[in-house]
Design a protein around this ligand. Sequence first.
Ligand SMILES: [Zn+2]
Length: 260
Amino acid sequence: MPELCYMCDKPGVTVEHVPPKCLFPEQKDAGINLRSNLITVPSCEEHNCKKSDDDEFLMVSIAGIIGNNSIGYEHYNGKIQRALKRTSYRLLEKVFLKKQFTRIGDENKFIDVLWGTPDYKRLIDCFTHIAHGIHRHHFKVNFEGTTKALLGFLHTNVPNPKVFKAFIKEKAALELADKTKHGDNPSVFYYQYTEPDQFGIFLVKLCFYQNVDVYISYMPSTAEKPFHLGFELIRSGMETVVTLGDKEFRFNSKSDSKNP
Ligand SMILES: [Zn+2]
């Protein structure tokens, strides 16, 4: 009797890598082994094969981000550029809804830098699957409940989401300071879990190439509905200041609305 799929109640007859194996450079490209003890979970056929397209999408979306460590950069320049050339950049069109290429350097040595609007909904979907897979691997049970992903690496200038992102990053940094970084290839990927809060909600930080950070909160179906006065005020549109340690986060700031 096989174990159940990490996403549903069907038998997990295949093996799924979380995060996708293609994010980890091969030894022949990297020169060192970056595929040691990759994390796998059982998956039904539907939840596995549906994803191979998504895996490539995710690889192209995150490996080329400026600021990644040299492993992400090399991976982007090697395997990913080859994949892009092979498919005549069609892959990129799938990744970026609006895109632009900027070529940096001279004609002998250059890099193509991506600049555009990523397919946000699809990225969220990919990271949600990873969050379920990591939960299954870490806690040995499937997660039942709702998740919410925050892509720390995407930049926004809309006032409230911008402050909220800064707030979550700071909160996660404080709560994760003494938590173990899991994953045998931390220069490519590691994850950390917070303890559940008073409502039973907890958070995972996924970190790729030491730069691309994603925060996913898990709200188990058994958790109490959280009530936070500050966030109720924020939702109502009132100017609200939330303090965390020695930092202040100002939501619905009056000065923002004057200077959009
Ligand atoms: Zn399934």
